[in-house]
Design a protein around this ligand. Sequence first.
Ligand SMILES: NC(=O)c1ccc[n+]([C@@H]2O[C@H](COP(=O)([O-])OP(=O)(O)OC[C@H]3O[C@@H](n4cnc5c(N)ncnc54)[C@H](OP(=O)(O)O)[C@@H]3O)[C@@H](O)[C@H]2O)c1
Length: 204
Amino acid sequence: MKIVLVGASGTIGKAVDAELGARHDVVRVNRSSGDFQVEIADPKSIERLYAQIGAFDAMVNTAGNVHFGPFEQFTGEQFEVGLRDKLMGQVNLVMLGLKHIRDGGSFTLTSGLLNDDPIREGVSAAMVNGGLEGFVHGAAIVLPRGLRINVVSPTVVEESLPAYGPYFRGTKAVPASEAALGYAKSVEGAQTGRVYRIGWSRDH
Ligand SMILES: NC(=O)c1ccc[n+]([C@@H]2O[C@H](COP(=O)([O-])OP(=O)(O)OC[C@H]3O[C@@H](n4cnc5c(N)ncnc54)[C@H](OP(=O)(O)O)[C@@H]3O)[C@@H](O)[C@H]2O)c1
């Protein structure tokens, strides 16, 4: 399969690249390096990316930014960061990818546990992750041509603990290679409309 991997140089993206790159032709896309560059918050940049890459079988996105900060100090502009980047960036990767993806292809997005297992500074991440999961449920039942869509929701990964550990006390971390299995299941399996929760469950 020809797989477009957006966010390939990131902590999760590198693990997805190692997992899928062993079996498939991975096109690596980042903001500032890789085979191609994109700014996912800018729909025109996404259009240019897809025009350059041509037809593909799967798009996996592991890029996305949200603002973290104390709830009562959140500004509209700070909420907009997550809406424009992690939420609409991923929505636009799907919508603008529709005319380039081959029949039977798949889209795989990235959310995270914070909408179900919130932390103090994560109100925007919680909102965005919930929005992404709603989008995937809504899109899965109407995608044409046998196309599929899923979202991977990893717990915090071990490689990120030096940076994020203090925000996630008491939360089990898993290696990024374990999170990558969710992406493999989405791309290489047959399911659609699923949220693959990796390393955590809602029963807590
Ligand atoms: N790390 C975790 O523990 C964890 C757990 C659950 C969920 N998540 C979610 O997983 C996603 C990736 O996290 P990560 O820790 O792997 O991030 P990361 O290490 O910071 O890597 C981000 C990747 O995405 C690219 N990127 C960032 N913003 C972009 C933009 N606006 N347009 C295009 N490319 C962009 C970066 O490219 P450049 O390097 O060129 O900028 C890089 O390849 C995030 O949505 C995060 O919320 C992470």
